[in-house]
Design a protein around this ligand. Structure first.
Ligand code: NI
Length: 167
């Protein structure tokens, strides 16, 4: 296993639209294992392949406290969404900054697992936030895109400041 390098905003590669996964082989399983290792080490609760500069429709997530809810979504598609919620989000590509984002409360998603098997599930609350946030990455979107331009510029200033402090 290997830790992968996470791209940080404003890296333009974060704007790449991911291509569908078509080959479900040992190499894909290795990538999934490496992405989990990278996500847990960060630590984070979700990681899209886009963030590790692999532009395939693949994401991993685990919002549990004890690594008991590991999920892999390959070629995910949003089937339904309903309701709304505001949740404070962070992102491994924006270290140290957080913002309230409005998203659907409930989502129904179809995807494939690491063997290519079709899966379908419905989640709500924080899990639904995570799914929507990570699916955004695969479309080349990031969470600050959901904010007003004023809020976004304040947040990006904060990100700059944090970087200068840690440099
Ligand atoms: Ni993110």
């Amino acid at each position: 296993m290997a830790l992968l390098t996470i791209l940080e905003f404003p890296d333009p590669r974060l704007r790449t639209k991911a291509q569908p996964v078509t080959v479900f082989d040992a190499q894909l399983k290795q990538l999934v294992a490496d992405m989990f290792e990278t996500m847990y080490a960060a630590p984070g609760v979700g990681l899209a392949a886009t963030q590790v500069n692999v532009h395939q429709q693949l994401l991993v997530m685990d919002m549990s406290e004890d690594k008991s809810d590991a999920r892999v979504l390959i070629n995910p598609r949003l089937l339904e969404k309903s309701g709304e919620q505001i949740f404070q989000e962070g992102c491994l590509s924006f270290p140290g900054i957080y913002a309230d984002v409005e998203r659907a409360l409930r989502v129904k998603v179809a995807a494939q697992d690491v063997d290519g098997k079709h899966i379908e599930f419905e989640v709500e609350g924080p899990l639904a936030v995570c799914v929507q946030h990570e699916m955004d990455h695969l479309a080349g979107k990031v969470f600050v895109d959901h904010l007003s331009s004023l809020k976004r510029s304040l947040l990006l200033k904060k990100l700059d400041k944090k970087r200068k402090q840690s440099a």
